[in-house]
Design a protein. Structure first.
Length: 253
């Protein structure tokens, strides 16, 4: 009887250790979405209108806008809850198409965020738009974050994201060519991570400081979202069930 109990205990322990190993190898990681065309919030893959945890910052003036820190009436405003802007500002124009009330191929009458020069020399300037999420204010780190590129992608540009554990992931946007005068080429890029996302930065290095290529971004969106399980996740779940089945068979014996 004691021998049988010992065998069962070892079987359960083996199953637990195996599951832990599988979970480690199938750990949550960054998943990028896009780039994809974007003219309005209806083009977002995230539940920006149906999920109460989601926020969408369009950088437009609020009704009755009062000038103040982070606010430029007539030129855009940053008032997203739980967001701290490290680099960047707001400005008029180069907006998501629908922000002026109609989808007409132009974003000139809206507002967007503009990357700021972080380091520059006479020949090379590094522009960045970077934000951090405040988990204390939000009550969580968002598991899904998205941004729309309206100008300034292309050569030497990319997106960098940090999760709540300090891990980093990069997305190269060198092959995205944007025209600030049109909206058909505006592109949405999203990223998910079940561990939570703590910071996002879009940056570009520009030779000769060409102002027309400075990154402009719009429709920052973030919240809690669990995507459909991927094929890899399903495989991990299936593998995780194997030790349990084996233990049950031993119990029956």
């Amino acid at each position: 009887m004691r021998r049988q109990y010992l065998i069962r205990s070892l079987s359960v322990l083996w199953a637990v250790l195996t599951l832990c190993a599988i979970q480690g190898s199938c750990r949550a990681e960054f998943v990028f979405l896009g780039p994809s065309p974007y003219l309005s919030a209806a083009d977002s893959p995230f539940p920006v209108s149906s999920n109460p945890s989601f926020h969408l910052e369009d950088f437009e003036d609020d009704p009755g806008c009062v000038p103040g820190p982070g606010s430029f009436c007539g030129g855009g405003k940053i008032d997203a809850p739980g967001v701290r802007v490290i680099y960047g500002s707001t400005g008029h124009g180069v907006s998501v198409d629908a922000d002026d009330g109609t989808i007409d191929g132009s974003g000139a009458d809206g507002a967007s965020a503009t990357a700021s020069p972080v380091y520059f020399t006479p020949e090379l300037t590094f522009y960045a738009f970077q934000i951090e999420f405040d988990a204390n204010e939000l009550g969580f780190y968002p598991t899904a974050v998205g941004i729309v590129l309206t100008d300034g992608a292309g050569y030497l540009s990319g997106l960098t994201v940090y999760d709540a554990l300090g891990n980093i992931a990069d997305l190269n946007t060198w092959d995205i060519i944007l025209n600030p005068a049109t909206t058909a080429d505006d592109r949405f890029i999203g990223v998910t991570n079940p561990a939570g996302i703590s910071s996002l930065m879009f940056a570009k290095s520009i030779f000769d400081a060409e102002p027309s290529n400075v990154p402009r971004l719009d429709h920052l969106q973030y919240g809690l979202w669990i995507p459909e399980p991927s094929a890899a996740a399903l495989i991990c779940s299936a593998l995780g069930a194997i030790p349990i089945v084996r233990v049950r068979r031993r119990f029956r014996q």
